[in-house]
Design a protein around this ligand. Structure first.
Ligand code: SAM
Length: 242
């Protein structure tokens, strides 16, 4: 087999495979730390502050990957439940194993699905989060419509994403970091320059905060707004389904 495990028992194999995906996720999380010099943790904490979880809330975290947002939520909301949806089954597998390790198995559900066509019932969740995910979605409008569809009336939408509205004084430093340093680090740390080049370009192509807010309104949301952090490197957009 690919892993060369022909002779191992079924349960041992499951453990080994889990180990392989754990290391994929560990790489992913380590790269996040390297690229953002650890600041992605603070950005994610800010998203949770904005969300201000109620104890018994049902959160849908889309593009939830290995569970970074979900675990913060479950810690803050002692009776809350979370559905993590991601298009990548390997990320979900790692997230699910981590949930079990942390004792969150009974309050979390990991489902494979596309943000543009969520495998989630109409009007079934109290809040929707998407962190560093919507930028990768082919048709952002479709993802926003889906967010609106699955939220209960009164439900809230939160999106944490890179923004490129960096304050002018920092702009040239940021540009040179993005276009030169990040692809180079991708090459050195993950041996994958192309993916990190893509990362930088996808940030560039993503709509500016005002334009993105307009798209959130068009999807049907009220009381929309956003705040930027780290001098405009990232933004948190919010909206409410009335
Ligand atoms: N939210 C996590 C975090 O902040 O650490 C993961 C962010 S990661 C940069 C982007 C995630 O988006 C990946 O796990 C990827 O599989 C997922 N993704 C990309 N396109 C998607 C889509 N159309 N629908 C759902 N998930 C998607």
């Amino acid at each position: 087999t690919h892993f060369g495990f022909q002779t191992v028992k079924e349960e041992d194999k499951a453990k080994l495979v889990r180990g392989v995906f754990n290391s994929v996720a560990d790489d992913y999380d380590r790269m996040n730390d390297v690229m953002s010099v650890g600041v992605h943790r603070l950005w994610k904490d800010s998203l949770l502050d904005s969300l201000n979880p109620r104890s018994d809330m049902h959160l849908l975290d889309v593009a939830g990957g290995t569970g970074d947002i979900a675990f913060r939520f479950l810690e803050a909301a002692p009776r809350g439940v979370v559905t993590v949806c991601d298009i990548n089954a390997e990320m979900l597998r790692v997230g699910k194993a981590r949930a079990a390790d942390r004792g969150y198995a009974d309050r979390s559900d990991f489902v494979c699905g596309d943000a543009m066509q969520l495998p989630v019932e109409n009007r079934s969740v109290d809040a929707y989060t998407i962190a560093f995910g919507i930028r990768n979605v082919t048709r952002i409008e479709d993802a926003l419509k889906e967010a609106y569809r699955v939220l209960k009336p009164g439900g809230r939408f939160f999106c944490l994403e890179f923004s490129h509205k960096v304050v002018p004084l920092l702009k040239s430093v940021y540009d040179s970091y993005s276009f030169n340093v990040i692809p180079k680090m991708g090459e050195i740390v993950a041996n994958d320059r192309d993916s990190y080049q893509y990362l930088v370009e996808s940030i560039r192509r993503f709509p500016a905060p005002d334009a993105f807010e307009e798209m959130i309104k068009v999807a049907g949301f009220s009381r929309t707004g956003y705040r930027t952090m780290s001098a405009g490197v990232v933004a948190i957009h919010t909206g409410v389904k009335i």
